[in-house]
Write a protein that binds this ligand. Structure first.
Ligand SMILES: C[S@@+](CC[C@H](N)C(=O)[O-])C[C@H]1O[C@@H](n2cnc3c(N)ncnc32)[C@H](O)[C@@H]1O
Length: 248
């Protein structure tokens, strides 16, 4: 029997109406849905009505994280070995503080085809629905996203060690890179610059702090650009390039 497939889907921050059309389509195309604790019961009920097999894999009082992840990995392999399409449904966006990255590593190791379907994260979904702007022309031009479980000393060093996402940085990337290097960030720090993200004409440029400015200039970027600075780019680089419609 051929291998099945996994959709790693973000369900949005809570309100089922914040599920994306693509997420809904992928859920409808799935045979089995493995879902986490933060998924709203109304969405679960709707999926059950569609006749989907639902398996809860969220936290339980009796298990630890490691055992739970092993169980999830076991299910992903077992079900896809049977040729089934599996939806792995996570709260918010699947790659924000949700261990989705660990599941991607497992799927790649086992050669299981997968697709990531982004979700509205609680980071912007919850705040926007409360009309709290994360940025403001006079009050805030940056947002720091941290896990409350992470070491405080570590996240306080975000410009030196963490991931930085720059919007509207096409014209100032040289200055940004220069200042980060001056602050002490390694000039070999990997950087991805994504033009027209999620669109058919998406392009991804991969470089380092020392050469990304030049690469962006040479690529004659015209569309909206999002720049990601940090080690996660290198770790997931091959995947980023494989998923790119065109890379430079
Ligand atoms: C394990 S993280 C997963 C985050 C998720 N992947 C995302 O993109 O929002 C779970 C945490 O996200 C926050 N969160 C998620 N949904 C929320 C909601 N509807 N309201 C408030 N906080 C929420 C809480 O801090 C919660 O403990």
């Amino acid at each position: 029997m051929g291998k099945g497939k996994v959709y790693l889907i973000g369900a949005g921050p809570g309100d089922p109406e914040l599920l994306t059309l693509k997420a809904l389509k992928s859920l409808k195309n799935s045979d089995v849905i493995l879902y986490d604790a933060l998924i709203d019961y109304r969405l679960i009920d709707e999926l059950k009505k569609l006749g989907k097999k639902m398996i809860y894999v969220g936290k339980r009082s009796w298990d630890d994280g490691k055992k739970r992840q092993e169980y999830i990995n076991y299910l992903l392999k077992e079900l896809t070995d049977q040729g089934l399409t599996v939806a792995r449904l996570k709260g918010g966006d699947p790659l924000i503080f949700g261990r989705g990255c660990i599941e991607i590593e497992f799927l790649e190791k086992e050669n299981i085809p997968y697709e990531v379907i982004p979700g509205v994260s609680s980071i912007n979904g919850v705040t926007s629905s409360c009309a709290i702007p994360l940025t403001h022309p006079e009050l805030s031009s940056s947002v720091l996203i941290v896990s409350g479980r992470a070491d405080v000393v570590k996240w306080c060093k975000t410009p030196l060690e963490g991931t930085i996402v720059v919007l509207m940085g096409k014209d100032t990337i040289d200055e940004i890179a220069r200042e980060l290097i001056k602050l002490g960030r390694d000039k070999k720090t990997p950087v991805a610059a994504i033009e027209n993200g999620t669109l058919p004409n998406q392009r991804i440029l991969i470089g380092t702090l020392s050469d990304i400015g030049e690469k962006i200039k040479r690529a004659n970027v015209k569309g909206p650009l999002l720049i990601v600075i940090g080690e996660v780019v290198e770790k997931f680089c091959k995947r980023v390039i494989a998923n790119a419609v065109r890379t430079e």
